[in-house]
Design a protein around this ligand. Structure first.
Ligand code: SAM
Length: 295
């Protein structure tokens, strides 16, 4: 089939699936996007411009990769499915604005959760310049990926991420809601959250059960001082370990001494029976500061 037709169109995707006998792997969260308008919408939401450096997580058969390249980005992709490199090499355009595919695209077969960005990207990206992440995330590890990116020491310009709608709602949640939790707090202490697109489940093959959202996360200029980010995220997770229980109960493992615990809760200026979802981000920062960082 002509390469003029975008990979993300239903006909081209079907042709690729048939040609390479692709079977979408559920255990790798493979739901391929087949909606060119949506794919272009993601590239637009990410504000991709000529020569932007973009990390893509899970290029699949290349539908989003192709549009990122056509928009002028240099793309470094992480993938784990060994069947995909050959498809990507064959199906992505050979030439993009006069440059060869290999100059503009690099694929690393590596679990994104094991990424060592500075070493992986060296030689392909200029690490002094900001980097964008753009991805249709594998849903089975959406939350670990967001935590991983959140804790990574890389100069991110933005993260434009497609995820299940329910997870996206957690990113912009406010206290006293069921969506508010460790993911919300990890993200909101580091980044601003902007909902960009809602994507129907009909835009994928195979079709997932639920709709998706595209969210743009941009690092805050003035981040609150949470201290050590990993420690902070860990303390928040411990506070929510049993979300129906009181904060006092959840803090027992972190602060075994009841008097010390009560003094901390008192210093937060809240009722002794407060539940974790009732606390503000500032109060979690206060809690994390009161607990020593473990080695
Ligand atoms: N970008 C393609 C698209 O939009 O059609 C595919 C998106 S699909 C939802 C998720 C992709 O992530 C798949 O290609 C899958 O193989 C890949 N993937 C799954 N687990 C991964 C991991 N741990 N690290 C990197 N990529 C992963």
């Amino acid at each position: 089939m002509s390469r003029e037709i975008p990979i993300g169109s239903a006909v081209r995707t079907e042709a690729i699936i048939n040609r390479y006998f692709v079977r979408a792997k559920k255990n790798l969260g493979q739901n391929f996007l087949v909606d060119v308008d949506t794919i272009k919408g993601i590239v637009e939401a990410a504000g991709v411009q000529a020569d932007d450096q973009v990390i893509e997580i899970g290029p699949g058969i290349g539908s989003l990769t192709e549009q990122l390249l056509l928009a002028g980005a240099k793309v470094f992709a992480y993938e784990v499915d060994e069947n995909l490199p050959q498809i990507l090499q064959n199906e992505l355009p050979d030439q993009i604005n006069g440059a060869s595919l290999n100059e503009r695209f690099k694929l690393l077969m590596k679990d994104i959760l094991k990424a060592d960005f500075k070493n992986d990207l060296a030689g392909f990206f200029d690490l002094n310049k900001p980097i964008k992440v753009v991805a249709n995330l594998p849903y089975y590890i959406t939350t670990p990926i967001i935590f991983f990116l959140n804790q990574a020491e890389l100069n991110f310009a933005s993260l434009t991420l497609m995820m299940q709608k329910e997870v996206a709602a957690r990113l912009s949640a406010q206290p006293n809601s069921k969506e508010y939790g460790p993911l919300t707090i990890a993200v909101q202490t580091q980044m601003s959250v902007q909902d960009a697109l809602t994507v129907s489940h009909n835009s994928f093959v195979p079709r997932p059960k639920v709709d998706s959202s595209v969210v743009v996360l941009t690092p805050l200029e003035n981040k609150p001082d949470v201290g050590d980010v990993k420690h902070f995220n860990w303390v928040v997770k411990m506070c929510f370990a049993q979300r129906r229980k009181t904060l006092n109960n959840n803090l027992k493992n972190l602060i075994p001494d009841q008097t010390v615990r009560e003094q901390l809760i008192d210093a937060l200026g809240v009722d002794a029976r407060v539940r974790p979802e009732q606390l503000t981000i500032a109060q979690f920062i206060q809690i994390a500061r009161a607990i020593p960082v473990s080695e």
